[in-house]
Ligand binder design. Structure first.
Ligand SMILES: Cc1cc2nc3c(=O)[nH]c(=O)nc-3n(C[C@H](O)[C@H](O)[C@H](O)COP(=O)(O)OP(=O)(O)OC[C@H]3O[C@@H](n4cnc5c(N)ncnc54)[C@H](O)[C@@H]3O)c2cc1C
Length: 338
């Protein structure tokens, strides 16, 4: 029988380091253990939440329900073709370990996503992305267990409805699916996407030729310089998504704010750098008690020690209001708020 813990402390299960408890908490290491836990039917009586590494959540209070913590391991090649391989990965595998596994096999497709915290199972949820790559470009299938009837449902890439930091799994009604494994197609031909961020410059500094392992190495160096380590300073990476606005609106704003950073994403839409909006609004480095905006990365909210989830959320609201007042733009959180 599965071990269900009561009043379980979540401080070490969220990268913000928020000190709250879960009414019920249980870990599953396999599909069998998961089915075993679901037999108890606690998820029917209590609200529930699937937890990976807690690197994309903000806990604002004690969780009055059941947290299922995923630890399903395993990396298995299921197809090996001339140009690529298909690999099936347990949803509890640490994402960065999978990236390292891939580059050590000299495969290409996820190397630019090195050092993103979290689990493989969370990678399709918000379609993680960085340095010009997104998980959706390599994911072929997502295996899930439907909580309601405990049946396996497999989503094709198309059925996942991936978009910028979004997928079908983020929709409220779809939260009934627990991701148990993810299939990826990795290429034997190297993509060498070095045009984003400072990858090219970093490779030159490291005197390395472009290949998956060296790109991952460059990305790790850059990220270690730029982003606060959650083990040292609690945070959840980018707190807000970059807002997408009409290009016509962007052009008007650009006249008033010539330095505003935007990326054209279609004929009519521009993605605005939320970090620039926050920085230019004078909020970079802002701190109230232990909740703050990181002094180098305006998009990253941090816990200097003992901030509560409410203090972080109040700070996020203040930022949202200021951005709306100054630019007329609404910025939405990227993290799940509980
Ligand atoms: C320092 C730092 C840097 C970051 N950089 C990036 C970045 O560059 N790009 C980027 O995209 N993200 C980034 N993130 C955010 C985070 O790393 C990703 O969102 C990651 O995928 C979250 O994984 P997790 O296992 O911690 O998920 P959790 O935080 O545990 O959960 C996130 C969401 O996924 C759901 N979920 C998790 N596992 C499952 C499952 N098995 N089945 C169903 N639902 C599930 C949860 O219910 C929740 O809604 C960063 C975070 C930090 C702290």
């Amino acid at each position: 029988m599965s071990n269900i813990l009561n009043n379980y402390c979540l401080k070490n299960h969220n990268t913000f380091g928020i000190n709250v408890k879960a009414k019920y908490f249980s870990t599953f290491n396999s599909m069998l253990e998961l089915k075993d836990i679901l037999k108890i039917n606690l998820h029917k009586k209590e609200k529930f939440f699937i937890l990976g590494s807690g690197s994309n959540i903000l806990l604002t209070k004690d969780f009055d329900g059941f947290i299922l913590h995923n630890k399903i391991e395993g990396i298995c090649i299921i197809e090996d073709n001339e140009n690529d391989i298909i690999v099936e990965v347990g949803s509890g595998v640490v994402w960065h370990d999978f990236v390292m596994w891939s580059v050590n096999q000299e495969l290409s497709g996820i190397e630019n996503l090195a050092l993103i915290p979290g689990t493989v199972g969370a990678s399709p949820v918000q379609n993680i992305g960085a340095y010009g790559m997104e998980a959706k470009d390599s994911i072929t299938k997502v295996h899930t267990l439907e909580i309601k009837n405990k049946e396996v449902k497999i989503f094709s890439n198309k059925e996942c409805e991936f978009s910028y930091r979004n997928s079908i799994f983020k929709k409220e009604e779809e939260k009934k699916f627990i991701i148990t494994k993810v299939e990826f197609k990795l290429s034997k031909e190297h993509f060498n996407r070095t045009e984003y961020g400072a990858i090219e410059e970093e490779l030159k500094k490291l005197k390395l030729k472009a290949k998956p392992a060296s790109i991952a190495k460059a990305v790790i160096k850059i990220r270690n310089r730029k982003l606060p380590d959650p083990k040292v300073l609690g945070n959840s990476g980018s707190f807000f998504k970059n807002p997408v606005i009409k290009t016509s609106e962007f052009n008007v704003l650009k006249k008033e704010f010539p330095e505003m950073i935007g990326y054209t994403i279609s004929n009519s839409q521009t993605k605005v750098a939320a970090g620039w909006l926050i920085d230019n609004a004078g909020l970079k480095g802002y701190r109230k008690a232990d909740a703050g905006v990181h002094r180098n990365q305006a998009l990253v909210l941090v816990n200097y020690g003992n901030a509560s989830g409410t203090e972080i959320i109040n700070l996020a609201k203040k930022i949202q209001q200021k951005i709306k007042a100054q630019y007329g733009i609404i910025i939405e959180p990227e993290v799940s708020i509980l």
